[in-house]
Ligand binder design. Structure first.
Ligand code: NAI
Ligand code: F6P
Length: 379
């Protein structure tokens, strides 16, 4: 049986990427640090992916097992030696932590086989696989690096499926029916049902990140400010739904200009995604979707990048500025990054945060607009 190694047995790991591999005839070895999940995977060897629909359809995912990367290094390396793919869905900030073990696995593998290994990071970040590759390379000797050609391939990808936080005592995962996994590959690779191969990922990942993720973030931050709990509950507020639409028209104007998208089709894509967000069966929390605001306020992420691009192109960005202001007001005490941002604001003010976290010049018109929106939202 074909084999694959997937780092991160969480929502996207079990509910999306691992499930696609399993259904394509692979044995999936999940690598994680969550002991309970690993034990359950090994004990049960199967779980259900349940669709968030009225009918609650479900599929059985089998041929799965688990390893703990903290104390099963050798076993993980052995699996990497046998795998066709190595994927991750672990969170962009964790990639540097798993890179040393992946490097060891690759070093060991290329002594044993010339079969190619395809590495794909499935994270919400532009160029996530390039970032992972950089960390892996830092741990490889020049001799090993010189032997990688034709043996280890790194492909960037865009992953899209809404998977909310799950019940803790079960391996089963509730997911939305929709999914899209786009991989930028320039060679022919073993088929995985549900994977779409493209020659240039940029339009796909930017369209996804600056529509699905920007839209989701706007709902989460405005919903949090209005005391809402879930995404669908927030969208039921017409004024927020309209604000989401207006923000996505701003990112849309940039995307249409940048990639020559058809305007009508793109507006339909926006509406399709707003409908996805309304799915009440997901019961998706605003604090999950708004999580990690420091990452989300990064220069290349879903809020800042479309804003700086819109400004450069002479397009409007006041709704995006409002979304950024709302993110700066996300003071959720259980989110470490939110707490950090609030402390930075208290100590040094909003312009400092925008400079340090988002790379925005204190004198830029974008900063001025965000501060204006921030004061309005606060009052
Ligand atoms: N949940 C969603 O709807 C979507 C998530 N994504 C992206 O997928 C990635 C994963 O997100 P989720 O699955 O939602 O998160 P999650 O928190 O459900 O899963 C992450 C998994 O990584 C494991 N982990 C953390 N540190 C680790 C380490 N050092 N070594 C091994 N395992 C470790 C955790 O135990 C957890 O099982 C993120 O980059 C996210 O942006 C992308 C599209 C949709
Ligand atoms: O860690 P992040 O970037 O919030 O990723 C999860 C987000 O990605 C999405 O799945 C969109 O694909 C949203 O459901 C979710 O908010």
């Amino acid at each position: 049986m074909k084999r694959t190694v997937h780092f991160g047995a969480g929502n996207i790991g079990r509910g999306f990427i691992g499930a696609l591999f399993s259904k394509s005839g692979y044995h999936v070895t999940f690598v994680d640090i969550a002991e309970k999940v690993i034990d359950k995977l090994n004990a049960e060897g199967t779980y259900q992916v349940k669709l968030a629909t009225e009918k609650h359809e479900s599929e059985t995912i089998s041929n799965v097992s688990g390893l703990n990367n903290l104390h099963q290094e050798k076993e993980v390396m052995d699996e990497i030696a046998k795998a066709s793919y190595l994927t991750t869905a672990i969170g962009p900030n964790i990639l540097p932590r798993i890179a040393p073990l992946i490097s060891k696995g690759i070093e060991n593998r290329i002594l044993e086989t010339d079969e190619p290994l395809y590495v794909i990071a499935c994270e919400n970040q532009i160029g996530a696989t390039d970032i992972l590759k950089g960390h892996i390379m830092d741990h490889l000797s020049d001799e090993v690096k010189s032997k990688l050609e034709g043996k280890v391939y790194f492909f960037n990808s865009a992953v899209d499926r809404i998977v909310p936080i799950q019940e803790q005592d079960s391996l089963d995962v509730l997911v939305e029916p929709y999914y899209e996994w786009v991989v930028e590959a320039d060679v022919s690779i073993p088929p995985v049902n549900g994977m779409t191969i493209v020659p240039d990922l940029a339009p796909f990942i930017e369209r996804k990140l600056f529509t699905v993720n920007t839209g989701h973030a706007v709902i989460a931050y405005l919903g949090y400010l209005k005391g809402k709990t879930t995404i669908d509950e927030t969208l039921a507020d017409e004024s927020i739904a309209e604000q989401v639409r207006e923000t996505l028209k701003e990112t849309g104007a940039y995307l249409i200009k940048q990639y020559g998208l058809d305007e009508k089709e793109h507006l339909a894509y926006i509406e399709k995604n707003i409908e996805r967000f309304k799915n009440s069966y997901l019961n998706d929390g605003v604090t999950r979707v708004g999580r990690a605001p420091m990452r989300k306020l990064g220069p290349d992420d879903r809020l800042i990048r479309p804003t700086t691009e819109a400004q450069k192109a002479g397009l409007s960005y006041s709704n995006l500025a409002k979304a950024i202001a709302a993110a700066l007001l996300f003071d959720h005490p259980e989110d470490q990054e939110a707490v950090e941002i609030q402390n930075m604001i208290k100590e040094n003010g909003v312009p400092y945060v925008l400079k340090e976290v988002s790379g925005l010049d204190e004198k830029s018109p974008i900063t001025a607009e965000i501060i204006h929106q921030y004061e309005e939202l606060k009052s």
